[in-house]
Design a protein around this ligand. Structure first.
Ligand SMILES: NC(=O)c1ccc[n+]([C@@H]2O[C@H](COP(=O)([O-])OP(=O)(O)OC[C@H]3O[C@@H](n4cnc5c(N)ncnc54)[C@H](O)[C@@H]3O)[C@@H](O)[C@H]2O)c1
Ligand SMILES: [Zn+2]
Length: 388
């Protein structure tokens, strides 16, 4: 590919921003900012422990705008504090319940009606405050209302803070499958406040750690080492430790998305490490397992395949499995979840192309390869090993 001048300039800018990012992460002062560079859709991911109510209302993205707050009902109290600070700019608040059942088309009319009642216009902003479910639904609503209005994400689960609020994927489920209706719609700002995670259940928190471990495996040996050394502090939700880890994950996701926004070059696919078998298990378990729990098992399966197909060392494989265990995530597959169901669900997954099951596998901690073809027989072996 021949690099035209504008593209070279873009890459230079990205390098410049990446440097600022590192400088910021060393300071770790009150608020750190990571820039997701996407040309005209560039935006910041601000992170400040306990600073949401104080910092967000002052942000220029919200100045002189009509604002609709869409919030997970569990966070109503915090949302009210935020609304008070927003003052007359806040023209409405819509409450949604968390959990996958909210993520469907029938939730949307409620939001469109709230928007019409609040008289939102093309200059207005939606603040979406909640987990991945709320962010995905509210994101799709913002992408479609008046053909697209601004959205600010305030993610409130670990999954949402390190993953779903970043990257612009929005959407809802259909009865026949997850995430089948959606749109890419980049937010104007993401505000991450790890203090909001205080009220998150232990199980939900640990589930989010599966994605955190994933970032270490796919691209960051230093993050991986830190997780190994300080898992206890992370599990106790130590503010400094949590901020460092979440910031690091956000920076990785931002970097990947900025280089492959629409999953066209293949780079964004590295984020699917552990998700091929993981999605199969998630569906076969009829969602008895949380996403991160299924992904933890999927990562162990991918590690086994990586040893066989990419010569991942035994030491590295053991380190990954031990870390998953340390995070309190499952490492054994329940015998109730059968091969046929898991494989069927895997074949329906968007990540399967031309009948081949293609995997993201690890070469070493911090480096993965995408598009590795794996036979059904090899998957069955891995599943048997996971049940042993
Ligand atoms: N758009 C993306 O790129 C992307 C990426 C990953 C996952 N996702 C989607 O995200 C969804 C899963 O997100 P999730 O795990 O955050 O689920 P979720 O939004 O359902 O939240 C999990 C539970 O935690 C509750 N909750 C939220 N914040 C809380 C808090 N601070 N304290 C106490 N309880 C709180 C919710 O009410 C819910 O019961 C899935 O639908 C998945 O497809 C999207
Ligand atoms: Zn995931």
């Amino acid at each position: 590919m021949k690099l035209g001048k504008p593209l070279i300039k873009e890459l230079d800018n990205f390098r410049l921003l990446a440097k600022t990012e590192v400088a910021n992460s060393k300071l770790m002062s009150k608020v750190t900012e990571t820039l997701l560079y996407l040309g005209s859709r560039s935006h910041a991911i601000r992170l400040g422990h306990g600073l949401l109510v104080k910092d967000l209302p002052r942000h220029h993205v919200l100045s002189d705008r009509r604002i609709l707050v869409v919030v997970d009902a569990k966070l109503k109290r915090l949302a009210k504090q935020l609304v008070r600070q927003l003052g007359s700019r806040c023209v409405g608040m819509a409450l949604l319940s968390g959990g996958e059942k909210t993520k469907n088309l029938s939730t949307l009319p409620k939001l469109y009606e709230a928007a019409a009642k609040a008289r939102l216009d093309r200059e207005s902003v939606v603040i979406a405050m909640g987990g991945g479910v709320l962010g995905d639904v509210a994101g799709f609503f913002a992408a479609t209302y008046l053909r697209g209005i601004r959205i600010v994400h305030v993610p409130t689960t670990l999954v949402a803070q390190v993953d779903s609020a970043i990257g612009g994927k929005t959407g809802v489920n259909l009865p026949v499958g997850k995430n089948l209706v959606g749109a890419f719609h980049q937010p104007s700002l993401v505000f991450v406040d790890p203090a909001i995670l205080r009220t998150l259940s232990e199980r939900q928190f640990r589930s989010g750690l599966a994605e955190v471990i994933k970032y270490g495996v796919i691209s960051d040996p230093q993050l991986f080492k830190r997780l190994e050394a300080r898992m206890d502090r992370i599990l106790s939700r130590d503010p400094k430790e949590l901020s460092w880890v979440i910031h690091r994950c956000c920076a990785i996701k931002a970097k990947v998305v900025s280089r492959d926004e629409h999953e066209t070059s293949g780079l964004r696919a590295i984020l699917n490490f552990g998700h091929t078998i993981g999605h199969g298990i998630e569906a076969a378990a009829h969602y008895e397992l949380l996403h991160g729990e299924a992904i933890a098992l999927g990562m162990i399966g991918a590690v086994d395949l990586s040893q066989k197909l990419l010569k991942l060392s035994k030491v590295a494989a053991e380190r990954i499995k031990t870390l998953i265990e340390k995070a309190g995530l499952p490492t054994r597959l329940n015998a109730r979840y059968k091969d046929a169901q898991i494989l069927n669900a895997m074949k329906l997954d968007k990540k399967v192309s031309k009948g081949k099951i293609r995997f993201v596998l690890a070469q070493r901690i911090g480096s993965v390869k995408t598009g590795i073809p794996v036979s059904e027989e090899q998957v069955r072996e891995v599943l048997a090993h996971l049940r042993a």
